[in-house]
Write a protein that binds this ligand. Sequence first.
Ligand SMILES: [Zn+2]
Length: 364
Amino acid sequence: MDQCRTATTAALETARYYEPRWPDNILLVNPPKLPASIAALPKAELHLHLEGSIRPAMAQALAKRCGVEISTEEVLRRYTYRDFTEFIETFKWVTSYLRKPEDFGFLAADVCEQLLLQNVVYTEFTLSVGIMLLRGQDPQRNFEAMLAATQPFEARGLRVNWIFDAVRQFGPEAAMDVVGWAHKCKSPRIVAFGIGGDELSLPTKAFEAVYRRVGEYGMHRLIHAGEIGGPEKIREAVEMLGAERIGHGIGAIHDESLMDMLKERGITLEICPVSNLRTGALEIQRGKGATLSSHPFPQLVRRGIPVVLSTDDPAMFHTTLLEEYQHVYAMGVKEKELKRVIAQGFQSAFLSAEEKSSYLKQPA
Ligand SMILES: [Zn+2]
């Protein structure tokens, strides 16, 4: 194991901190079938971590590029987790094969193929630049390889923009470095800066200067908040950092006045139900034994808060965007409401007003 991989491993150990729920039998059983009219609609996917999108076959292919042969049995064994520790082990193992810029390009193209299969026409990939820097990689070279690999997908109907992401527990200085790299890459395709990781590790206030800089550079602002944290984390993100969208934000359900504020200010919550179940965030927000049927998605939609539906780390959490739609339909969200959620995906995108309306005008 080389030195930078060891450093990354240590840092990742602290990146997850709560008890997960893995067994598939806590997903909804025998759900009603998602209407074809919903499945067929063009969609946006706004909360998607590129590094969480490495399918088992892709893991084998990436390893092969590093000269390592992995059998199908082994890769499937690693992708079958019995607990959260095993999940983290797999995440560290699989991302350790993202070594050269071309590896990132290779992965980005594969994720684009997966999105096209689900009729996703617009996405914003979250890129863990914080982890790249930890591994001693050059984010600009990685990004340029990904940009080159994803541009051909435009002609096939998938537009890709990028969010540079920092790790909260690495601190404000490391986050400021990520902002600096986003600026240095000088690409109009880098539309936003975000922070993920351990929501409870450092106070929101510690990142005020970082987000001020993001604003000065003309990028949009978002952050993971209210995933396992309470509603105050979401309020702080909006009031102290100027966050325009919140990753997860399911903690909002506990605070009526916060929900009013999100609705009035048009702050979007990016909801990823299967992720919330797998990571244990749902149990933290809804109590022990919570299942998808107690996910707050339907209430948040009906409260009039801008809500989009996303997958977070689809390959790692064994989900897809269409499955997420299937799940929320099974939770009782109506076809008409799902159409609004799909439209919200474009309304909440970091695109110009003209670009948004060109997507929204497309016939349903
Ligand atoms: Zn996320």
